[in-house]
Design a protein around this ligand. Structure first.
Ligand code: F6P
Length: 526
């Protein structure tokens, strides 16, 4: 595999990075800068103009993408090539939201048909629950859905469910249990009745330790209430790829909504892992959510790189990471319903691109995925924005807002948008104050602005797919496998051994710190 840092365009970018760029000057010298560097799709505008880039930067970055064969790699993903090489799998989350009329064959199987048939099953289950046809074991209507799952089996469905809070039916409420820390499940169950609660055990593998632990406790909660194992059939369904494990748990195949190994956990909200979303917002809105992602897929597949929003977003991120040596990246959604977006993006980006070896197993030659953090604005303005404005590190920020809202009154929304714009302007323009240096804002701090017309299912689908393809773009250029996650394995293995040691109170050979901590736990756990 070619060392990316040896590519001509990479070297040109390195020397180009030595030219200082001042945002206010770039705007002053080019009145058309906003027009040239902002891109719109129906329902969504992405403004890159407040980034530390010139037209030359963009051309060089596009050249880099071409030299790194981004378009070829993109086509291979959409085609179903086994681009997740370390796991020998295709990467086809895009097939989950593709046009059902267009067949897509993978290993002799028409994937489009499989997707469609699961969507239909999800839709009919959704109507049954929402119409009160599907009832609990003693005939009561379901009022609460509890998604038990972790990582991609929680973050995606939780983000989307919460983001679409304006679309809920009156009767149903959704809850998400991910953490094995006991309060996560216990406090949620406290407010619920076993007779009206439906659990969705969401796990691709159906072996994830935390999920299975929580699911087993929830199972006992139901069985103990009814004193009857048969009750499980009315209170548990599963979203998984592992039929045998689902059956072993006691969930009948008819109550399992399958998906496939070519759907990565952090890319799975579009599959049956999104069942909680569909139950909460209904089939039609879920299909709109998929359609939004499809819009973005089509754009990513067909737009020239110079106007390709996810590709440009990825390239600009890479510009900061590799050529301006900025290791962090903030995402600030100005919408309380998008509160889980930063957490979702942490998994999407950091689990995908937090890698140190290339697909060939060679050490990477340039830094890969950045640290991602964020919180909703305006809240974040009253916590870490001080650091964004006056700290010693420069952090590129994505600001995300919707022009209209389904909630509250106009004045709240006007104030929100004013704050949203003010922050991007303040970061960029700064304000000089020589007399009182503590009031000085250096400025020239970059940001991307994403404006949705409204936070609706379709736009949300576009937004999430935008970030997925941004991550993909960077992974291709770094030459890494963005679709495996071997970095989570070691901790899982060690935890298994330690669990037994904590139970028995007998530590085996560990480092001094771990032994000391095990002893402390044993002494204080009586
Ligand atoms: O531990 C990481 C991980 O494998 C994620 O990639 C995944 O989203 C999560 O665990 C949950 O996995 P599963 O859906 O198999 O329970």
């Amino acid at each position: 595999m070619t060392d990316v840092t040896k590519l001509k365009s990479w070297q040109a970018l390195e020397s180009h990075a030595r030219q200082k760029k001042v945002l206010t000057q770039l705007f002053a010298s080019d009145p058309a800068r906003f027009r040239k560097l902002s891109f719109a799709l129906p329902g969504l505008l992405v403004d890159f103009s407040k980034n530390l880039v010139t037209e030359e930067t963009i051309s060089l970055l596009v050249k880099l993408a071409e030299e790194a064969n981004l378009e070829k790699a993109r086509d291979a993903m959409f085609r179903g090539d086994k681009i997740n090489t370390t796991e020998g799998r295709a990467v086809l989350h895009t097939a989950l939201r593709a046009d059902p009329e267009k067949p897509l064959t993978l290993d002799g199987q028409n994937v489009a048909e499989d997707v469609e048939s699961v969507l239909q099953r999800m839709a009919s289950f959704t109507s049954e629950v929402r119409d009160g046809v599907w009832r609990g074991y003693n005939g009561k209507e379901i009022t609460d859905i509890v998604n038990i799952g972790i990582g991609g089996s929680s973050l995606g469905p939780r983000l989307v469910t919460e983001a679409l809070a304006g679309y809920y039916p009156l009767r149903l409420q959704a809850h998400f249990v991910a953490n094995v820390e006991a309060s996560d499940l216990a406090l949620k169950l406290k407010g619920l009745s076993p007779e009206t609660t439906l659990f969705i055990v969401a796990s691709k593998t159906f072996t994830t330790a935390e999920t299975m632990q929580n699911a087993n406790i929830a199972r006992s909660w139901i069985v103990n209430h009814y004193k009857d194992e048969q009750a499980i059939a009315r209170h548990f369904v599963a979203a998984s790829t592992n039929l045998e494990a689902v059956k072993k748990f006691g969930i009948a195949p008819a109550n399992m909504f399958p998906f496939w190994d070519w759907v990565g956990g952090r890319y799975s909200v579009w599959s049956s892992i999104g069942l909680t979303v569909m139950l909460m917002v209904g089939e039609e809105n879920f299909m709109e959510f998929l359609a939004g992602a499809r819009d973005m897929d089509e754009h990513f597949r067909s737009a020239p790189l110079k106007q390709n929003i996810p590709a440009l977003m990825g390239l600009i991120g890479l510009w900061y990471r590799n050529f301006m040596q900025l290791p962090a990246y903030a995402v600030i959604p100005y919408h309380a319903c998008l509160g889980r977006l930063p957490a979702f993006l942490q998994q999407l980006d950091m689990e995908s691109n937090g890698k140190s070896v290339t697909r060939d197993g060679e050490p990477v030659t340039a830094p890969t995925g950045p640290i991602i953090f964020g919180e909703p604005g305006t809240d974040a303005q009253h916590s870490f924005f001080q650091w964004l404005h006056q700290g010693t590190d420069v952090v590129p920020v994505d600001f995300i807002a919707a022009v209209k809202t389904r909630f509250g009154n106009k004045d709240q929304q006007t104030m929100l948008l004013a704050n949203f714009l003010a922050q991007t302007e303040a970061l960029m323009a700064g304000r000089e104050n020589k007399a009182e240096p503590y009031r000085n804002f250096a400025g020239n701090r970059p940001s991307t602005t994403i404006l949705m017309d409204e936070l609706d299912p379709r736009t949300l689908g576009m937004l999430i797919a935008l970030y997925e393809h941004r991550v993909f773009t960077q992974g291709v250029i770094w030459g890494i496998d963005s679709f495996d996650q071997w970095g989570v394995e070691l901790g899982k293995v060690l935890a298994k051994a330690l669990e037994a040691e904590i139970k028995s109170g007998k530590p085996s050979a560990h480092d001094g710190s771990t032994v000391g901590l095990l002893e402390y736990i044993a002494a204080h756990n009586r």
